[in-house]
Design a protein around this ligand. Structure first.
Ligand code: HEM
Length: 480
């Protein structure tokens, strides 16, 4: 066997080193034929996943994105969940991504989520099927329906759920808002109004919604498993309602009022798709609306001037049944809702995948790459919103911000997304939140019992829970 001298050892080491460098260089070249936006890979395998999760679970979810923007600009690449991701805090590119949904990009969800919300629902399907279901959803919640069906039903639910707290009762506001939102959904989607039925469906809906944000283990004892069971039971009940309706269209009044009843009358969806359709609306509309109600009250509690102004706005409408004209006069309330959606980050980012190699500016985003329009990074960008982290509902009256305000088309303000997946429940959600604020501020005053802060993972929430003591306003001497 040949012996290694010191010199040959050095030569071999140098050759091995150069060989490794060349392989690395070539492998790197082979893996990245595309010109991705600037960025870094983070740690081997895990990439930036933990840094990302750490940021979004804190009280400032766009901190990770902000750091990267400082280094690389508003469009950058990083590595998430073992894959390249292009993240955008650029308003124009965000709109471009949303407007090219189904063409260059498409939304993507894990299988566990698709199994739970249903494979035939608008959220999980693509292409023509998505457009058809989306247009049915928009039709179900369009203006004239809000003015009639929804405006009649929402106050009934508000009075049922909000009026019964005793004077000095202590509540966790997130529980109250969740209950209100679930009751609204049960009532408006299924047309259910008997209290026992609402309670039973609310329990099932609540189990189902919890599962959407849980570890996807379909084994007894796990939240996901409970949610799958709730899904089955909800589908059973929806199907029973459909069958009853098919047997006797005239006599069934339970389906007459809800979206399901109107769906049966006006559209021709297969029975299986109908249950998934309803479940998708439930998933998309429930937590988002409940959180916006909660954060609106939270922000108002910390801003006495805004609280006084919103009370004055609603005080003059208190007492009688609210009309559409009344709703249209709630200008300051609309500013509060917009500011809550901007600052509260209810839908922080959207998840998309490139359907093909996409060229944008000088970059080429490879097929299959994650693409993340980070909506709340734009909403919190100081160059678009002065003092962006403070709650200032009056900013929406400022002519400069007013230009950004159109939440259907503005690149600077998209709390309801955009393009073909634009939220079909946006107008309904705003109506529900405005009426919730109306009933809440005209029925109660409250004091916060414990300081709190917002966290954003797995979804936006208040860390300690918003514990408040309610004081009924019918006992308020100034009001009598
Ligand atoms: C404040 C409350 C709400 C917020 C912030 C909100 C936000 C959003 C956003 C950002 C999207 C786009 C998702 C994406 O592009 O991937 C969306 C989609 C959707 N929203 Fe809402 N939403 C709210 C309330 C509602 C309500 C009340 C309903 C119905 C009852 C609803 C039904 C839907 C549906 C069905 C979709 C999916 C549309 C599709 O994929 O074609 N949302 N929402």
């Amino acid at each position: 066997m040949a012996e290694f001298t010191g010199e040959s050892y050095w030569l071999l080491s140098a050759a091995t080193f150069i060989f490794i460098i060349i392989i690395f260089f070539l492998a790197g070249k082979r893996k990245e034929p595309h010109k991705l936006p600037p960025g870094s890979r983070g740690w081997p395998l895990i990439g930036d996943t933990f840094a990302w999760l750490n940021a979004v679970s804190g009280s400032h979810p766009s901190s990770f994105v902000e750091q990267k923007i400082k280094r690389y600009g508003r469009i950058f690449s990083c590595s998430l969940l073992g894959k390249w991701a292009v993240v955008s805090a650029d308003p124009v590119f965000n709109r471009y991504i949303m407007q090219n949904e189904g063409k260059l990009f498409q939304s993507s969800y894990p299988k566990s989520f698709r199994d739970l919300v249903g494979k035939d629902g608008v959220i999980t399907v693509h292409g023509d099927q998505q457009r058809r279901l989306h247009s049915i959803a928009s039709n179900m919640m369009r203006h004239d329906k809000l003015k009639t069906h929804f405006l009649e039903d929402i106050p009934v639910v508000m009075l049922q759920t909000l009026s019964n707290f005793k004077d000095a009762e202590v509540v966790l506001l997130q529980d109250v808002c969740r209950k209100v939102a679930i009751h609204l959904m049960v009532n408006q989607l299924l047309g259910v109004s008997s209290e026992s039925e609402v309670d039973e469906m609310s329990r099932l809906f609540s189990d189902f919604v919890d599962g959407c944000l849980s570890v996807p283990m379909n084994l007894p004892g796990f939240t996901y498993h409970k949610a799958m069971k709730a899904r089955k039971e909800i589908i059973n009940r929806i199907n029973k309602t459909i069958e009853k309706w098919l047997q006797n269209k005239a006599a069934l009044d339970t389906a007459g009022n809800g979206v399901l009843g109107r769906l049966l009358e006006e559209e021709s969806l297969p029975k299986d798709s109908m249950a998934d359709f309803i479940i998708n609306l439930l998933f998309a509309g429930n937590e988002t609306t409940a959180k916006t109600m909660l954060f609106a009250v939270y922000f108002l509690t910390h801003c006495p001037k805004a609280m006084t102004q919103i009370m004055e706005e609603h005080e003059r409408l208190a007492g009688g049944m609210l009309t559409w004209q009344d709703y249209k006069t709630m200008d300051f309330t609309q500013c509060v809702i917009d500011e809550t959606l901007r600052l509260g980050g209810i839908a922080i980012w959207l998840m998309r995948e490139a359907k093909e190699d996409v060229s944008y500016q000088d970059y080429v985003i490879p097929k299959g790459c994650f693409v993340v329009p980070f909506l709340s990074a734009v909403h919190l960008d100081e160059s678009y919103y002065k003092e962006s982290r403070s709650f200032n509902p009056w900013r929406w009256l400022d002519p400069e911000t007013q230009q950004k305000r159109n939440w259907r088309t503005s690149p600077f303000y998209c709390p309801f997304g955009g393009g073909t997946r634009f939220c079909p429940g946006a107008e309904l959600a705003r109506l529900q939140i405005a009426l919730f604020l109306h009933y809440f501020v005209t029925t109660y005053r409250w004091t916060q019992l414990k300081e709190d802060r917002i966290s954003f993972f797995p979804s936006a929430r208040l860390v300690n829970g918003f514990k408040i003591q309610l004081h009924r306003r019918d006992n308020d001497p100034q009001r009598q």
